[in-house]
Ligand binder design. Sequence first.
Ligand SMILES: [Zn+2]
Length: 153
Amino acid sequence: MIMKALLKATIGINVEIKKGKEMAKRELTCACCGESAGQWEQWHNQDTGFGLCRKCADWIAKRTMFGRPDPQGNPLELSKTYGLPGTHLEPHYYRHLGLDFAIVAEFPDTKDGTSDANAFMARFPNHGVLAVADGRVIVARVDDLGVCGSTQQ
Ligand SMILES: [Zn+2]
């Protein structure tokens, strides 16, 4: 009985170690432009060693198709392919109460934008609205404690 419990505990530790290894940051190459994408966690939907650089993420988020926003630029769609800013790629930051928080997603402060923000937070439950400002709904990790002024805004 004790051996069985010990074996179960050992397996549990190994799983935790494996999880920790998988979550480690590594140098990534941008799958879009081929430049460095920085050191971030590997997103499961990208080939090993590949991620997305901030410049390409901004380009994808702002590009249009036939005069309308490219659906791939929506943060929910972007996250399916490339992961989450602040974890799998470089984020933009939002200054709130003197601290900088990684913007994981942002949506227009409209009915559709609010609906998209809710869909995003339903998919990623450990995220919440950090602020609604300047016509934007800004979503961050709920465990992001912010950093003191060392980042862009
Ligand atoms: Zn790139």
